[in-house]
Design a protein around this ligand. Structure first.
Ligand SMILES: CC(=O)N[C@H]1[C@@H](OP(=O)(O)OP(=O)(O)OC[C@H]2O[C@@H](n3ccc(=O)[nH]c3=O)[C@H](O)[C@@H]2O)O[C@H](CO)[C@@H](O)[C@@H]1O[C@H](C)C(=O)N[C@@H](C)C(=O)N[C@H](CCC(=O)O)C(=O)O
Ligand SMILES: Nc1ncnc2c1ncn2[C@@H]1O[C@H](COP(=O)(O)OP(=O)(O)OP(=O)(O)O)[C@@H](O)[C@H]1O
Length: 601
């Protein structure tokens, strides 16, 4: 398994001087200088020659780990005044600038370790500011410290400086919104490659730069890691970037240092209020992506009211897209509209038309109206970046439309029975996923799902009800129980399911199977060829956390194993039936009395 501290980094970086970096950030230049060839904001990811960005966190100040970062070879530190105090308290030898916001307490701490605080430099060192002080016995060389008021806002620009502003060498596309970021990012990447780009991708599932692929820990990486990925992309000859920009990332300045060529907005529904407080604050953070500091132009889906509001308040030129697949009806006044949506294979075909009359017809292989919206958004973002219309239309015809497979997003693993793995892990997504699959299911629609433990308990009964209302067969199992009692999580889901069943008076088969792999096996084994089995909730995820322990579990692998077992069972039954038929024929030809081997009397 990949370590959470693995990073994609460029192999060769031209060293930058700390003095130049400080000047670029508008900070005081430290007394001593050094060269830096990388940036890390977590000590466990530090490589020799790195600038260690010590961020004030919600739980701990990163400066707490500075001694270890320096021991790993960090050649400089970027932090705030509180970080400097922490360095001094730990006896990490350092050089700062005197007027850089270092408080008296820090200066005292530094002096207490024998520092000379004089002239242009305040040195938290045991000696007189030399490079080899013995401060607090660390034995490490003193490192220059750049002090800024807010290291989070400085981290992106600092990393961009060290890596030579890599975003400027890429055509950059940033996607935000509550749902659809991952899906649209893959479709964007597919189309960008179709028109001749060598695409790079950053998002919830993975980070891709050329042949380098790494599973993601965050949807949007920390600023230092993100700039390193972009530099690796430039090194790998990548020339376009499709990436997800989470609201956490905007709020925490992880994307500072990038001005996207095109920003895209999918939709907004209630989510992440534990972090943002209320829906309006959540929306305001997303809207920041559509300001000149963060993007050059935008494409906004106006299928919900937040899209309409965003198009009005955006501070960059925005093209609106109405698809008629969301909560708002088709809006003819939008710049781009979708029409003539029709079933096409596993997905849909649709026509995309600009108000000026330009029009193209294409398709997405992913089921559901919302995937038409995601696909159309990807096309419009590429067109709004300035790609010629004919080139885009021609590429779409060549590459079979928006045909990218998105790991764990409506990922179709088999067609008879159809088995689909999807990331739907809240009520709305579950409803939409089931509604998307219903029209193309000739037989029964089954759903295998559970709810996450330790998170948002309120949604559990609603998810149970949504399953009963959308499916014919409901198998309730474990999702990620985390530390919570598994049975009680399932019970809350089942209560909602049974309540909906009683209210609606419908007949839906409800089964509880705690073990997720067994639940998937059960649903697949019971499915007829015309049925669809939706395995919802975990998508691409491969680790299930139960009572604090990680277990390997990939819904797609379990579904494939279940399909193979079902196939083997069918083959075995066919063989048995053939054997029985042969035995019967043999007896008929050797005995004048026909004997049915199935009969026991
Ligand atoms: C709420 C949130 O976003 N928290 C992020 C925040 O944590 P924090 O402020 O608590 O940081 P902290 O743990 O106090 O650490 C402070 C500093 O010390 C460093 N440190 C800490 C420990 C250590 O041993 N060594 C070390 O160097 C940390 O790297 C950090 O720079 O800064 C940390 C690193 O700087 C992030 O890892 C952490 O993300 C946590 C893990 C997280 O779960 N974030 C989620 C909610 C998130 O960001 N999700 C969005 C997607 C949301 C969605 O749309 O679904 C995402 O973009 O992934
Ligand atoms: N445009 C959309 N509108 C509503 N639901 C969508 C849309 N696109 C995808 N979904 C559903 O939302 C879930 C997540 O999709 P996806 O991963 O593409 O979104 P995301 O924004 O990246 O979400 P997350 O940050 O949780 O990964 C899936 O279950 C998918 O079926």
């Amino acid at each position: 398994m990949t370590s959470p501290h693995s990073r994609i980094r460029p192999a060769a970086v031209t060293p930058r001087r700390v003095s130049d970096l400080a000047a670029a950030l508008g900070a005081q230049v430290p007394a001593a200088d050094a060269g830096v060839t990388g940036v890390a904001s977590d000590n466990r990811a530090v490589q020799p020659g790195d600038l260690f960005v010590a961020l004030p966190g919600a739980r701990v100040h990163g400066a707490r780990f500075a001694a270890d970062a320096v021991a790993r070879g960090a050649s400089a530190v970027l932090t705030d005044a509180a970080g400097v105090e922490e360095l001094a308290a730990q006896g990490v030898p350092f050089h700062a600038a005197p007027a850089s916001g270092v408080t008296a307490a820090a200066a005292t701490g530094a002096a207490a370790t024998g520092a000379a605080v004089s002239g242009a430099a305040a040195s938290g060192t045991a000696a007189s500011g030399g490079d080899e002080p013995g401060g607090a016995g660390t034995g490490a060389p003193a490192v220059p410290v750049v002090v800024v008021p807010d290291p989070r806002t400085a981290a992106g620009p600092a990393a961009a400086h060290v890596y030579g502003s890599p975003a400027e060498s890429l055509a950059t596309f940033g996607l935000t919104g509550t749902n659809g970021k991952t899906t649209t990012t893959y479709q964007l990447d597919h189309l960008l490659r179709g028109i001749g780009h060598k695409g790079g991708l950053v998002g919830t599932v993975e980070t891709r730069s050329g042949d380098r692929v790494l599973p993601s820990v965050l949807t949007t990486p920390e600023a230092a890691d993100l700039q390193a990925v972009l530099a690796a992309m430039v090194e790998d000859g990548v020339d376009s970037l499709a990436m997800e920009v989470s609201s956490h990332a905007i709020a925490q300045h992880r994307v500072d240092g990038i001005v996207y060529d095109v920003a895209g907005f999918t939709n907004l529904t209630q989510d992440h209020l534990d972090f943002h407080g209320d829906l309006e604050s959540y929306f305001a953070v997303k809207a920041e992506l559509f300001t000149p500091a963060r993007s050059r132009r935008g494409v906004v889906v106006v299928d919900d009211e937040h899209g309409v509001a965003l198009a009005k308040r955006a501070e960059v030129p925005v093209a609106t897209l109405s698809t008629g697949t969301g909560v708002r009806p088709l809006d003819d006044s939008a710049d781009w509209t979708v029409s003539d949506v029709a079933p096409d294979g596993t997905g849909s075909a649709f026509t995309l038309t600009h108000a000026d009359g330009r029009s193209l017809r294409t398709r997405t292989s992913l089921p559901g109206g919302y995937n038409v919206a995601n696909a159309a958004l990807a096309v419009v973002m590429v067109l709004e970046s300035g790609a010629p219309f004919d080139a885009v239309a021609g590429a779409l015809a060549r590459i079979d439309g928006l045909a990218a497979t998105v790991p764990g997003r409506m990922e179709v693993l088999a067609s008879r029975p159809r088995v689909v793995v999807d990331f739907a892990h809240n009520t709305e997504a579950l409803e939409l996923a089931l509604a998307a699959l219903r029209p193309t299911t000739a037989g029964r629609l089954s759903v295998v799902f559970g709810a996450t433990g330790d998170r948002d308990p309120g949604k559990r009964p609603f998810m149970g009800a949504a399953a009963v209302r959308g499916a014919d067969v409901v198998v309730v199992t474990d999702d990620d129980p985390h530390g919570e009692d598994r049975a009680s999580v399932r019970k809350a889901v089942l209560d909602g399911a049974h309540e909906a069943l009683a209210e609606d008076g419908t007949t839906v088969e409800i089964t509880e199977i705690a073990d997720r792999a067994a639940a998937i096996a059960h649903a697949v084994a019971a499915a007829d060829d015309d049925d669809t089995v939706l395995v919802a909730g975990r998508g691409h995820e491969t680790i299930q956390e139960i009572a604090g322990e990680d277990h390997l579990l990939d819904d797609r692998e379990e579904a494939r194993a279940a399909l193979a077992a079902r196939q083997a069972e069918i083959a075995e039954q066919a063989e048995l039936a053939q054997d029985r038929a042969l035995t019967r024929d043999f007896r008929l030809t050797t005995d004048h009395t026909a004997v049915d081997p199935e009969r026991t009397n």
